[in-house]
Design a protein around this ligand. Structure first.
Ligand code: IMP
Length: 428
């Protein structure tokens, strides 16, 4: 009963969509298990149409896979319906979608609070996507959340909304000087969503258990990434869920023993959006070069991504934390043409070398990378499909990544195209 977890091994946007493209044909269920419409991936239909998805897994386009939105996701129903409609218009069969009744809903007060709190935080802001993700998980943990299943019971929906807004409206109005949110208007709006979502609401856990028992392949498609994990990332500059492999079990309701492969995706360099520590960040021409050549602009917000060299300390941490069995290194081609390629192998913190993640966030903020300078390569590598077709220095770079992470690199991305990959080990 193979369940495969696919996760980002850095701060997000590593190119997970490329992997889902590669293994899509062999997967029976594709599951989102954390986050919400803070994610973003551009998907290309087999006939070449391109569009962005935020809430649906990128595997939604595989014609034979069931699409599951698990209990760990926070669902903005308006966004979900727009994605359902967008896919249906392009001829994609959306009847394969199943949404957990236990997933929480993003409500208007979550979006309002996300934006206003960020504004009030000023220079201490997290740099959130402004989609209401943090406040929705906040209500969930505070046991004041409203779940997808509540859409099926108008009385309960109203009652729960009254309870939460009794408090949150005070905060919006008295603390942040914003308009209070009207219960009636929200109930009316959400009941229209309820009618349309009703056919998709299912006990997704039981569906996945059955699939696993029948020996089907389940792909748990992570959004965000390891270093944005609420518990294991650079708190508080994180997202409000657990995108790591452990979160996949909780957010989909499947047992850890069902997982037999964890694919970690990492760029050949590093990017991050939003605030927070980033030891290998570049503020010079090299950083601009990586942004331009790598087209590093956010899919969800359009923001410029921060760029930096590859950080092997982060990769090793992500490998151990998630139990990564296969690394996928994307965008190696972006590094072509550099005289030397620096690779961060450890940090210096207050005059001392550390090879692992430091104990405190303060130390991480003060970490200066210790680089190994590897010789670069000039060749266009986009035509390489076998490892031996890569220039010797590019091979050396990948092998060093592998050695430092302590796990094998199975795929290397050498260009933006679907097929522009060097495959060393099959992912299925
Ligand atoms: P939130 O998830 O909107 O609360 O944002 C929290 C942090 O996670 C911010 O730094 C965001 O930029 C970052 N973030 C959230 N989703 C993504 C993603 O899909 N890719 C990269 N960064 C993300």
């Amino acid at each position: 009963m193979p369940a495969i977890v696919l996760i980002g091994a850095q701060w997000g946007d590593e190119g997970k969509g490329k992997v889902t493209d590669m293994i899509g044909g062999g997967v029976d269920y594709v599951v989102r298990y954390s986050g919400g419409n803070n994610a973003g991936h551009t998907v290309v239909t087999p006939d070449g149409q391109k569009f962005a998805l935020h809430l649906m897994p990128s595997g939604a386009l595989w014609p034979n896979a069931a699409i599951v939105i698990g209990n760990g996701v926070v669902v903005d129903p308006k966004v979900l319906l727009a994605e359902i409609d967008g896919l249906a218009e392009r001829g994609v069969d959306v009847s394969r979608l199943m949404i957990s009744g236990d997933a929480h809903l993003i409500m208007p007060h979550h979006r309002a609070l996300d934006r206003v709190v960020e504004r009030y935080l000023g220079s201490s802001r997290i740099g959130t996507t402004g989609r209401g993700i943090g406040p929705a998980y906040g209500d969930k943990v505070a046991r004041m959340g409203i779940r997808v299943q509540d859409l099926l019971d108008p009385g309960i929906l109203r009652k729960k909304l009254e309870i939460v807004l009794r408090e949150r409206n005070q905060v919006l109005f008295k603390v942040y000087n914003r308009k209070e949110i009207d219960v009636d208007a929200v109930v009316e709006e959400y009941l229209t969503y309820a009618e349309r979502l009703r056919p998709y609401i299912t006990d997704t856990r039981a569906v996945l258990w059955k699939g696993l028992e029948e020996g089907r392949t389940v792909l748990l498609e992570g959004a965000q990434a390891t270093m944005l994990d609420m518990d294991h990332g650079t708190y508080p500059f994180v997202t409000s869920s657990n995108p790591t492999a452990g979160g996949a079990c909780v957010g989909a309701g499947i047992p850890p023993t069902a997982i037999n492969r964890v694919i970690g995706v990492t760029k050949a360099y590093t990017t991050r959006v939003g605030s927070g520590p980033f030891p290998t960040e570049l503020f010079d021409d090299n950083g601009v070069h990586l942004r331009k050549v790598g087209r590093e602009y956010g899919t969800t917000t359009g923001r410029e991504r921060r760029t930096g060299w590859y950080d092997a300390v982060v990769a090793r941490y992500a490998t151990r934390l998630n139990g990564i069995t296969d690394l996928v290194v994307t965008k190696l081609d972006v590094l072509s043409g550099l005289e030397t390629v620096p690779l961060c192998v450890a940090y210096e913190i207050d005059g001392k070398r550390t090879d692992d993640m430091p104990l405190t966030q303060t130390e991480f903020h003060h970490a200066t990378p210790i680089y190994e300078e590897l010789p670069g390569w000039w060749e266009d590598i986009s035509g390489a499909r076998e490892f031996s077709e890569l220039p010797a220095n590019a091979q050396r770079y990948v092998e060093r990544i592998e050695e430092l992470a302590g796990t094998r690199v199975s795929i290397v991305g050498v260009g933006p195209g679907r097929d522009e990959n060097v495959v060393r080990h099959s992912l299925l």
